[in-house]
Design a protein around this ligand. Structure first.
Ligand SMILES: [Zn+2]
Length: 449
C-alpha cells in the first residue's frame, strides 16, 4: 500500500507540469492563430499601423506644406517656408498605456506656475484699459447689473475667480474637449481664436486643435490644477499629423512640429501671451525647427532662453501647452472690483490655500462661514481636502483681512522679430494706418452672454 501510494503521488507530481505545459501550448496557439487572420494585433503590428497612419497623414501634411509655402496669406515675412515637420524616422514608440491623457493636466503642485502677487507697474498711474468707466459708474453697474461689465478676472491665477465667464465656443477650427471646464474671459477666448486661426490661415488643412481645460464657470479651484482659476490659463493640445492625438510617451517625436511652431509664433506675435509652460524636450524640437527655418536667432533666444523666456519647462507638460494670457481689461476690472465685492454677496469670496493639517471645519470657523458652503462653492463631493489646493471661501460679511487685491496690470509690449517690426512699419508708412501687429484689444463691455 505504502509503495502504491508513493507511486500514485509520484505520477501526479509528474503529470502536473505536463498539464501546465500543454495548457501553455494551447494558449500560445490560441493567440497566434487569430493574429494571422488579423483579429488580435500584437504590439509590433500596432507600431507599424501607427507608422502607416502617420505616413499617410504626413503625405497630406506635405501637400499642405506646399500650399503654405506658395501662399503667403496671413503669414509674415519671417514665417518659415514649411516643408518638413516631425521626423517619422524616429517612429512613435507605440501608444503607451499609462501615458497622460492630453486633456489631463498636471498634478500641478509640481507643474503649474503660480503667479507673482507683487504689484506690477505704478499703481498710481491710472487705469489704462478701462478708463472709460468711472469709479462711480463701475460701482453702479456692479450693484445693479454686474453682467454688463463683461468678463472680470478676479484675484490671481492660483487664487482667483471668474465673473461673467464665457464658454469657449465651438468651431471647425478646434475641438472643445470638456465644455464645463472651458469658461474664460472674452479676451482669453479672442487670443486663442486668433492664434488657432493664424495657424489655419498658413496651413489650411491643419486639423482642428483640441482646446482642453480653461476654468470653471465661476472660476476658482478645479482639479487637478493649481492655476486655471480666473479665466486666463488655457491647456492646448499639440497639433498632430491627424485630428487625434498620438498617445506616445515622447510626444515631441510624433507631433506636427511645423503646426505647433506656427501656433507658438502666433501666440507670441499676435496675442498678449504671458507664459507657455511645456516640457523642454518639446521646446527643443520647436526651437530646432524654427532655427532651421530662418527665424531670427536673437528673437528665438529671447522666447526660449532669455532672462524672461516665454516658454518655460514644467513637469508633466510633455503632452500639452499650458498658455497663460494677460487680460488687460478683465484683470484691470478685477483689480478695480475687489473693494466692491461685498456689494454682491454671491461674489464675495476669499481664497484659501490648504495647508497640511487643515480641515474644512477649521477653515470655515476661521472665515466665519460653514463647511457646507465651502464644499458647495468648490464642487467638493465630500469633506476631504488635499494640502496645496486653493479653496474659494464664501464670506458672510465684508472681506477685510482675507481678500488679496491683485496689482494693477500693465501689459508689456509684444515680442516681435525684427522682420515683423520692419514690415509693420513699412505697412504703416505706405497705408498710413497701423497694422495687425497691435490689434485692438477685445472690448469686454457687454460681451458676456
Ligand atoms: Zn494647465
Amino acid at each position: 500500500m505504502r509503495a502504491k501510494n508513493i507511486a500514485v503521488s509520484n505520477s501526479r507530481s509528474c503529470l502536473l507540469p505536463l498539464f501546465i505545459a500543454l495548457a501553455l501550448l494551447l494558449a500560445a496557439c490560441a493567440t497566434s492563430a487569430p493574429s494571422r487572420m488579423g483579429a488580435a494585433v500584437p504590439a509590433a503590428q500596432s507600431v507599424s499601423s501607427d507608422r502607416a497612419e502617420t505616413g499617410s497623414s504626413r503625405d497630406a501634411q506635405a501637400a499642405n506644406s506646399v500650399q503654405a509655402a506658395s501662399r503667403p496669406a496671413g503669414a509674415t515675412d519671417a514665417t518659415p517656408v514649411a516643408v518638413a515637420s516631425a521626423t517619422p524616422a524616429d517612429a512613435p514608440e507605440a501608444a503607451q498605456a499609462g501615458d497622460d491623457e492630453d486633456d489631463a493636466d498636471d498634478d500641478t503642485d509640481v507643474g503649474e506656475e503660480a503667479e507673482s502677487h507683487d504689484a506690477v507697474g505704478d499703481p498710481n498711474s491710472g487705469f489704462h484699459y478701462t478708463a472709460e468707466i468711472s469709479d462711480a459708474e463701475l460701482a453702479r453697474i456692479w450693484k445693479t447689473k454686474p453682467s454688463d461689465l463683461g468678463s472680470v478676472s478676479v484675484g490671481f491665477v492660483d487664487a482667483g475667480r471668474l465673473l461673467n465667464g464665457i464658454r469657449f465656443p465651438d468651431s471647425d477650427d478646434w475641438r472643445v474637449v470638456s465644455p464645463e471646464k472651458t469658461y474664460a474671459t472674452s479676451e482669453t477666448i479672442a487670443y486663442v481664436q486668433t492664434a488657432i486661426r493664424a495657424v489655419r490661415s498658413a496651413y489650411p488643412n491643419a486639423p482642428p486643435l483640441r482646446v482642453n481645460q480653461i476654468s470653471a464657470k465661476e472660476g476658482g479651484y478645479i482639479r487637478p490644477h493649481q492655476s486655471h482659476q480666473n479665466g486666463r490659463d488655457v491647456d492646448l493640445a499639440f497639433y498632430y499629423p491627424g485630428a487625434d492625438p498620438i498617445r506616445a510617451r515622447a510626444r515631441e517625436k510624433v507631433i506636427d512640429v511645423a503646426l505647433n511652431w506656427a501656433l507658438i509664433k502666433a501666440l507670441a506675435t499676435q496675442t498678449d501671451v504671458q507664459v507657455v509652460l511645456v516640457d523642454r524636450r518639446v521646446q527643443k524640437v520647436l526651437y530646432d525647427y524654427a532655427r532651421g527655418h530662418g527665424e531670427e536667432l536673437s528673437w528665438l533666444n529671447s522666447l526660449f532662453h532669455g532672462p524672461t523666456p516665454l516658454l518655460k519647462h514644467a513637469k508633466r507638460h510633455r503632452d500639452h501647452f499650458h498658455v497663460r494670457f494677460y487680460n488687460p481689461r478683465a484683470q484691470e476690472l478685477g483689480h478695480r472690483i475687489a473693494p466692491l465685492l461685498a456689494l454682491q454677496p454671491e461674489f464675495n469670496v476669499a481664497m484659501h490655500r490648504v495647508r497640511p493639517g487643515d480641515s474644512l471645519g477649521q477653515i470655515a470657523r476661521k472665515y466665519g462661514t460653514t463647511a457646507m458652503l465651502i464644499r458647495k462653492a468648490n464642487h467638493l463631493k465630500n469633506s476631504a481636502i488635499r494640502a496645496g489646493i486653493t479653496l474659494s471661501i464664501p464670506l458672510r460679511g465684508a472681506c477685510t483681512a482675507h481678500c488679496p487685491i491683485p496689482p494693477a496690470v500693465i501689459v508689456p509690449p509684444r515680442r516681435l522679430p525684427t522682420a515683423l517690426i520692419a514690415s509693420a512699419n513699412q505697412n504703416k508708412t505706405s497705408n498710413g494706418a497701423s497694422t495687425s501687429l497691435t490689434p485692438a484689444r477685445p472690448s469686454a463691455m457687454n460681451s458676456a452672454q
